[in-house]
Design a protein around this ligand. Structure first.
Ligand SMILES: Cc1cc2nc3c(=O)[nH]c(=O)nc-3n(C[C@H](O)[C@H](O)[C@H](O)COP(=O)(O)OP(=O)(O)OC[C@H]3O[C@@H](n4cnc5c(N)ncnc54)[C@H](O)[C@@H]3O)c2cc1C
Length: 354
């Protein structure tokens, strides 16, 4: 059982910044995310795009914003359960919560902050009969640990950035990489398309287009795939492989959270925006893109603001008899849970001259 003060569901920018604000109040956080890496939409959908409306940053790449947030929260040592979806919640008699993921990992927390954005990103799966029997037995819809493919024969399907980038990366890790796409054109960053072209010329990537993987075979794990080549003859090719990775993008779904008894309006969670972004269940908050209230704007800076006020409310919930006194970080500094301390230079009393 993972123990924490605030369990944050969703490691997008809102969830990440929550760790910082909670840390200032000496509250520990743990984050769950269905994706294998933190950053939410910023990392998954537009890491190389510049954002222009983060206060104090005239321009920042979405991926760099996530890196900066990770750096900012490091002293507060957040825990992460990545690549798992929060599935069930149970409220205990003492008002605390147990949240269980789809992989069975259990988390016990005083408060739950749902920072689930548009919902958990679910992979788009190809229409191949029986493919589910090979999931986790050679079929993967996202790559969590590229080392798992070392010296393996891998077939990747897809025509976007993920398929291009992982083909490039695995070309130096796997024994053989085959990239299959139903069109001859790829939709991705120009330098990735050019790099794949170069690796194909060097025989480091086996490119098959226009084609589709139409069957997966094997006894208890993937042993081969059938590729249908969409040329005039409509040929079939059998490729021996250890892994088949269809990378057809992700679609967001509010998913299991929709069944937690929370008030939902148009696929978003209703919260009390006059106070602390608490939902209709005391102790469960919803912040960032996932919530709704009159005048709601789905912007990163709004998520940061909501996270800040929510942490104050959790502090009061956990310390009902203590009065919180706001201290500027410029005055109070930052005491990391790792023993680090950041503080502004202190004023000195010193005589000038003799
Ligand atoms: C192309 C594009 C450009 C944008 N440009 C801007 C911009 O210029 N400025 C701006 O302010 N905003 C911009 N946005 C919007 C901005 O990205 C969002 O407002 C922001 O990402 C919301 O952050 P969040 O942390 O609330 O949610 P998200 O970033 O959506 O993160 C939510 C996370 O929760 C996870 N999750 C959800 N449910 C579960 C569950 N049950 N279990 C586990 N994990 C779960 C998801 O996997 C996801 O990682 C843009 C969005 C897009 C798509």
């Amino acid at each position: 059982m993972i123990e924490t003060d605030i369990l944050i569901i969703g490691a997008g920018p809102t969830g990440l910044f929550t760790v910082f604000e909670a840390g200032l109040l000496k509250l520990k956080c743990h984050l769950i995310d269905a994706l294998p890496q933190p950053g939410g939409q910023c990392s998954e959908l537009y890491p190389k795009k510049p954002i222009y409306d983060i206060p104090g940053f005239p321009e920042v790449l979405a991926g760099d914003l996530v890196d900066n947030l990770m750096e900012q929260i490091k002293p507060f040592q957040p825990g992460f359960t990545l690549g798992e979806r929060a599935e069930d919640i149970e409220k205990l008699e003492d008002g605390t919560f147990i949240v269980t993921t789809n992989k069975g990992t259990k988390h016990h927390a005083n408060a739950v902050a749902i920072a689930g954005g548009l919902g958990s990103f679910e992979p788009r799966k190809p229409q191949i009969e029986g493919i589910e029997n090979y999931e986790d037995h050679g079929v993967a819809y996202m790559i969590k640990d590229p080392e798992a493919f070392r010296d393996k024969k891998v077939v990747i399907a897809g025509g976007g950035d993920s398929a291009l980038d992982w083909s490039i990366f695995l070309a130096n890790v796997a024994q053989k990489v085959t990239l299959v796409h139903r069109r001859e054109e790829f939709r991705g960053a120009l330098d990735s398309v050019e790099k794949v072209q170069e690796l194909v010329t060097q025989n480091k990537i086996n490119l098959i287009t226009p084609a589709e993987v139409t069957d997966v075979k094997g006894s208890d794990k993937v042993e081969s795939v059938t590729i249908t080549i969409h040329d005039e003859a409509k040929r079939f090719q059998e490729i021996e492989c250890d892994a088949f990775v269809p990378l057809f993008g992700l679609s967001p779904k509010l998913g299991p959270i929709a069944n937690w008894g929370l008030e939902i309006e148009k696929n978003a969670i209703k919260v009390d925006n006059t106070l602390d972004y608490q939902t209709n269940i005391p102790g469960i908050y919803a912040i960032g893109d996932v919530n709704t209230y009159p005048g709601k704007l789905k912007l990163i800076l709004c998520g940061f603001h909501e996270a800040t006020l929510m942490c104050q409310s959790v502090y009061q919930r956990m310390n009902p008899n203590k009065k919180y006194v706001l201290k500027y970080t410029t005055v109070g500094g930052i005491d990391g849970f790792d023993g680090s301390r950041k503080e502004a230079e202190k004023a000195v009393i010193k005589k000038i001259g003799s």
